[in-house]
Design a binder for this molecule. Structure first.
Ligand code: AMP
Ligand code: MG
Length: 442
């Protein structure tokens, strides 16, 4: 029985799993057990609500549409009685035009039996009318302004071209569910209900920093043996995409005091702390030791490539477990592609759950692989691929040339991950693989 009071114990207590070869799905499950969705919400104007997480169901205060209305430009009439009278088949109907109904300008006059109303799309259906015959189907009598129209009775059926009151949304019904990440259509939908502002979860505060004496920031000269810090920029950008509130704590030297101070400050200000680098077993990496001292952190070897070394736990602003404010900690591997893969696979679902949003799994699409791929069973691989549909509509994918976990250019070149499942072995050209596309439409 797993008791959820210590993270450093939880991988071991999962029994069948080796923390040094932890399947991706097991890591995702353990992480989600430690996530508590944010409780706090705030009201924001509709215009600022895009990509925010809805805190409560939105109940429709009105019927949409608010009244029966016309779906076409044409002539509205009492189809239920007039069409029934128009037997035999092929018979025509001639109706006097009593007046006009425009969107925003309803026709409110009386309509004599056997008359109709000129109506435009979106205009309210006049009382007593249930059917609209489209203007293309009628012959006019009269000059510019028709005084009567004639059409074949079998050109329309009773009730045709009428949109019903409440057909889109009924008053009192749930228009949008809590936990929804608001999209452009949702913003428009709420506007169509007359809603001015909306309760959303507050944004998740995510602090992050890079570790490594070899790192320099863009703008600084690149000293011998140094590299530019890219992870902090990728992380900041990925967090922006998730609409979290990124807190960039900069670049921290591989030295115990700076690391301890930064970790404590991070726990003080953020809900979640992300570090990059220093979680493998390198000599100069003090990140591991500091994390062990300051918090309850477990170090995993994920059965995943790239992205094997990984740390997960909690740290406290007071510098020891239980002291001060706690924040969830993810220690990402330093290699730039590994950082991104670990973020997408492990951190992203956790941040989504913590932000109060409903889970948003990334869909997998089957594709024919154009080249053989070497793959060892027992780990999930995320190769970078370029995918597209061929002339027959079949998805095809080819791995980018290099699969180095240090080559960020492979991520920029690719448009998808080729996801090679935990159990799968070598693949031949023409085999089917799953791909996870980078871009979504909305
Ligand atoms: P580490 O896990 O700290 O040993 O880092 C693994 C590899 O990733 C090393 O080659 C590091 O130089 C590189 N690396 C670590 N952090 C960053 C970073 N912020 N930006 C770019 N590369 C990094
Ligand atoms: Mg390092």
């Amino acid at each position: 029985m797993t008791t959820l009071n210590s993270i450093s114990g939880s991988a071991g207590s999962l029994g069948q799993f080796d923390p040094q070869a932890l399947p991706v799905s097991a890591a995702q499950t353990i992480v989600l057990q430690w996530v508590t969705p944010l409780a706090q919400s705030e009201r924001v104007p509709l215009r600022d609500a895009l990509a925010r997480v809805l805190a409560r169901d939105v109940i429709s205060p009105i019927d949409v549409p608010a009244h029966d209305n016309s779906a076409m430009d044409g002539y509205a009439f009492d189809g239920a009685s007039l069409l029934a009278q128009a037997a035999p088949a092929g018979a025509t109907l001639t109706l006097d035009v009593a007046g006009k109904a425009f969107a925003g300008h309803p026709y409110t006059g009386a309509i004599a039996p056997g008359a109709c109303v000129r109506i435009m799309t979106g205009a309210p259906m006049p009382a007593g009318c249930d059917t609209v015959v489209p203007q293309e189907r009628v012959e006019h009598s009269g000059s510019a302004e028709a005084v009567a129209v004639t059409f074949r009775a079998d050109a329309v059926t009773p009730g045709a071209n009428r949109r019903r009151k409440g057909e889109d949304l009924a008053r009192g019904g749930v228009a949008l569910r809590a936990g929804r990440v608001l999209r452009a259509s949702d913003i428009g939908l709420m506007a169509s209900l007359g809603i001015v502002d909306v309760a959303v979860k507050r944004r998740l505060r995510v602090a992050f920093f890079s570790t490594g004496d070899e790192l320099r920031s863009p703008g600084e000269p690149l000293d011998a043996g140094c590299i530019y810090d890219s992870n902090r920029y990728t992380l900041g950008a990925m967090l922006q995409r998730l609409n979290a509130e990124p807190i960039d704590l900069g670049r921290v030297r591989d030295d115990p005091e700076s690391l301890a101070a930064t970790l404590k400050a991070a726990a003080e200000s953020a809900d979640v702390v992300l570090t990059s680098g220093g979680v493998s077993v390198g000599e100069a990496d003090f990140t591991r030791t500091q994390l062990q001292t300051l918090g309850d952190v477990s170090f995993w070897g994920l059965a995943m490539r790239p992205g094997r070394p990984f740390a997960f736990g909690r740290i406290w602003s007071g510098g020891r477990p239980g002291a001060g404010r706690a924040a969830l900690l993810f220690g990402l591997p330093g290699n730039p592609v590994a950082t991104m893969v670990a973020f997408y696979q492990i951190v992203r679902p956790a941040l989504i759950a913590m932000s109060g949003a409903a889970p948003q799994p990334m869909p997998l699409i089957p594709a024919r692989c154009e080249m053989p791929i070497k793959k060892r069973p027992g780990r999930t691989e995320f190769q970078r691929g370029v995918a597209g549909r061929d002339a027959q509509g079949q998805w095809r994918v080819a791995p980018t040339g290099s699969q180095s976990s240090g080559a960020l250019s492979t991520m920029s070149e690719a448009n998808c991950f080729i996801v090679l499942a935990h159990e799968s072995a070598d693949l031949d050209a023409g085999d089917t693989v799953d791909i996870m596309l980078f871009d979504g439409l909305v």
